[in-house]
Design a protein around this ligand. Structure first.
Ligand code: TXA
Ligand code: MG
Length: 349
């Protein structure tokens, strides 16, 4: 584990270092150093057409890359930065193509993590995708980074991530995707709203609706299918397999469903209260299930989701049953983001 000064020294020398944020750990490199950025893609085994987020420690650092133009962008920044929100903005020419994968936009966020902000003040802007191998769940603890990249990998430890789910990625009119090159039904679709969410995160559509009308970029599976086969992909991360453990993930809707299960697996619950009764708990213990319960806390549920995926794989469980929270009466700003990640894990996309 590194000290902040050691992390600063290494990043300035062009090395890649894992850093903490409030969402997930990031694999960071100096945003002006091409070789270090290329190394991130190699280490993660990440396709080079999937662009990176630039992390900034103060507003001055944004000027190098972009400029928020619209009233809505400025208001969103004022309200949510530092925080778990990434804004896709028009890029300036000096942004390296390796960062944007050649797009005419750049993704930027200011993380809400004191150790990370302190680091960013000293290093300047850093690019950082999630610090996991492509295809494995994002790392919400420093030990997850070490498990993917080896025990001796340089990590600035900032404790367990407070949110545990990646940031909300969005763009505002007029920076919407345009159809260049090959047409696809997806890219040519007209977006009516002021704010377009590419990836749900801890800042919810409802919170954003204070600033204008909001829509999600991938509301249906048919659009996802179009994305995967299309050359026109405004947020390339959407077309790659994500967040999926090796174990199969399934929704668990009631106790009866569990009665029919034959294989031990992991059971991950938001609530402990009925329908999850004593007989359920007894069966869990008797049949060798591993039971995790978040006592009704959505925050805890988000924090532990990727850890649970990783634990299941490590312990060689082949199935993960997650309480079906899609119609849960309780609401939370995290709900859409958590459902999105679980559905990706279920479908394997
Ligand atoms: O919470 C987070 O955002 C974490 C922490 C480390 O900050 N980072 C993270 O990065 O999740 P990554 O690389 O795993 O995901 C970035 C997402 C991808 O889906 C990518 O396609 C999208 O942001 N993205 C990056 N630049 C973009 C751009 N110019 N236009 C549209 N989408 C972009
Ligand atoms: Mg990622």
């Amino acid at each position: 584990m590194l000290s902040t000064n050691e992390a600063v020294r290494r990043l300035k020398q062009g090395e890649v270092v894992a850093i903490p944020t409030e969402t997930v750990y990031g694999l960071a490199a100096d945003a002006s150093k091409l070789l270090a950025i290329q190394q991130i893609f190699t280490l993660k085994q990440r396709p080079s057409d999937n662009p990176l987020i630039i992390h900034i420690g103060c507003m001055n650092q944004l000027d190098e890359f972009s400029k928020p133009m619209t009233e809505i962008e400025l208001r969103i920044i004022k309200k949510f930065w530092p925080g778990p929100l990434t804004l896709v903005l028009p890029r300036k020419k000096n942004v390296l193509d390796a960062i944007t994968a050649g797009l005419n936009t750049v993704a930027v966020r200011m993380p809400n993590h004191s150790k990370c902000l302190n680091l960013l003040q000293k290093t300047g802007p850093l690019v950082a995708p999630s610090a996991n191998l492509s295809g494995t769940p994002s790392p919400s603890k420093s030990e997850h980074v070490l498990s993917d990249f080896g025990e001796n990998f340089p990590v600035l430890d900032g404790g367990d991530c407070a949110i545990g789910i990646e940031s909300t990625v969005l763009t505002c009119r007029p920076n919407y995707p345009t159809t260049t090159g090959q047409q696809s039904s997806c890219a040519s679709r007209k977006f009516q709203s002021d704010i377009l969410i590419y990836r749900p995160g801890a800042i919810s559509a409802e919170e954003l609706s204070e600033f204008g009308s909001v829509e999600y970029y991938t509301p249906s599976h048919s659009i996802k299918d179009t994305l995967r086969t299309s050359n026109v992909t405004p947020s390339p991360g959407l077309k790659y397999r994500h967040y999926a453990p090796k174990a199969t993930v399934e929704w668990l809707s009631d106790v009866e469903q569990l009665e029919t299960l034959r294989y031990p697996g992991v059971i991950f619950l938001l609530d402990k209260t009925p329908p999850y009764t004593q007989s359920f708990t007894d069966k869990v213990v008797k049949d060798g299930y591993s039971l995790l319960c978040c006592e009704g806390s959505w925050k805890r549920f988000g924090q532990l989701l990727y850890d649970t995926f990783r634990m299941a794989d490590k312990e060689n469980y082949t199935r993960i049953f997650i309480q079906d929270i899609r119609k849960h009466v309780a609401t939370s700003s995290l709900k859409d983001a958590i459902i999105n990640r679980i559905e990706k894990a279920i479908s394997g996309h």
